[in-house]
Write a protein that binds this ligand. Structure first.
Ligand code: GLA
Length: 386
């Protein structure tokens, strides 16, 4: 994980690389999802928050269509492209995220010229914390400010989703970019993914004597194709057979009847989504009326549902969750799309060291690579820095 550059250093590195000052600097955070997994593309509810780790971009628009991009990490070097002929087939590594956003804005009719871009990020990559959406949201804000796009948040959300779906090739929903764009300090974002209506819900673990730990298993994953797409297809099949627009429209009380209409696997997928939506609503209610300590059991139930019904966990995530719980966590679950990435554990402050030590030991004992464990807190959403 690299230490983030300060704004002055990002600016001077940009100048040293591209020979002129940037037009501005923008920042967009990664996210942790507190609860509400694989509900977004079912037009359901999610409760993520923006974390205190972010992507930062320095951008300067050009008068020609040349695109030059460099990051402060990795070894990809300076990458070039043509803004007048953006092509997903030739886009490599992290550059497909800025290029995808440029492409999606062009599809909306926004004239996006060439640009120079320097990226810095301290969102761990491949950890399920939406490092890709952090980049996309930072670039989307930059282009929204520098061109005549003038899009509101809901449209920026849709533009970055289109970049992911059609340019990057990952059939993802709208949760990650919504958290990044709408997040606020000390708050989680309660989002209705059907109409994008959002409400900020207090989540101050520290004030409740808790810490929210991320346990990055080191198992990397990709949502372009594979298991994520298969889950999405199952959900669409379930909605189709049940005769609803989306699984959002299936109530808990409909489940017994659904069991008779669906094959066993599709039913399990549907049951996860339906019960997960209910858990999000309960979590919001509990956070607003009782505080963070009241959501532990919901986190546990969410994990069990993803492990057993949606089948998107993996041995490393299960071990992280079980060990954290045994060491004192009041609730734990995998977060994000699954098949790897990170778990989160809500831990009494006095148990933090034990959770860290026990998880490390359990991974070593199981022969897994060492996990990375760090606390996160809800931080401000995407914004212009300079
Ligand atoms: C990924 C996707 C999101 C969402 C989650 C699962 O993070 O990008 O849209 O579907 O998985 O909740």
């Amino acid at each position: 994980m690299n230490t983030p550059l300060g704004t002055a250093e990002l600016r001077s590195r940009f100048e040293a690389t591209f020979g002129a000052a940037p037009d501005g600097l923008w920042q967009a955070p990664g996210r942790v999802n507190l609860i509400g997994e694989h509900t977004d593309y079912n037009e359901g509810f999610v409760l993520p928050f923006a974390i205190d780790r972010a992507a930062r971009v320095a951008v300067r628009l050009r008068t020609d269509s040349t695109v030059r991009m460099l990051s402060t990490f990795g070894n990809q070097g300076l990458t070039t492209a043509d803004a007048a002929a953006l092509d997903p087939a030739t886009a490599k590594g992290w550059t497909k995220y800025p290029l995808g956003v440029m492409w999606a804005l062009q599809q909306r009719g926004v004239a996006v010229p060439g640009l120079d871009l320097l990226l810095d990020s301290d969102v761990p990559r491949g950890a399920g914390l939406s490092s890709s959406h952090a980049i996309e949201c930072a670039v989307a804000l930059a282009l929204n400010n520098l061109t005549a796009a003038s899009l509101g948040t809901a449209d920026l959300v849709l533009a970055t989703q289109r970049a992911e779906n059609e340019f990057v090739g990952a059939p993802t929903g709208i949760m990650d970019q919504s958290a990044s764009l709408r997040g606020a300090e000390g708050r989680a974002v309660f989002l209705d993914c059907r109409d994008q209506s959002a409400r900020l819900v207090p989540f101050d673990a520290g004030a409740a004597g808790l810490v929210l730990l991320v346990i990055d298993t080191g198992v990397t994953h990709s949502h372009a194709g594979g298991g994520y797409a298969a889950r999405r297809t199952s959900c669409e099949l379930g909605a189709d057979v049940l005769g609803v627009r989306a699984l959002r429209d299936v109530a808990l009380s409909d489940l017994p009847e659904a069991a008779g209409l669906l094959d066993a696997e599709t039913f399990r997928r549907v049951r996860h989504v339906v019960t997960e939506n209910a858990r999000v609503l309960q979590a919001v209610e509990r956070l607003e009326h009782a505080g963070p300590r009241a959501i532990g059991a919901l986190l546990d139930a969410s994990h069990a549902s993803m492990r057993d019904d949606f089948e998107i966990s993996c041995p490393e995530l299960d071990l992280a969750v079980d060990t954290a719980r045994a060491a004192g966590a009041i609730g734990a679950r995998m977060t994000g799309g699954g098949f790897g990435g990170s778990a989160i554990a809500l831990v009494p402050a006095e148990d933090e060291q034990r959770v860290r030590a026990d998880v490390g030991r359990a991974f070593a004992h199981a022969g897994f690579g060492a996990p990375t464990v760090f606390p996160v807190r809800p931080a401000a959403g995407a914004r212009r820095l300079a």
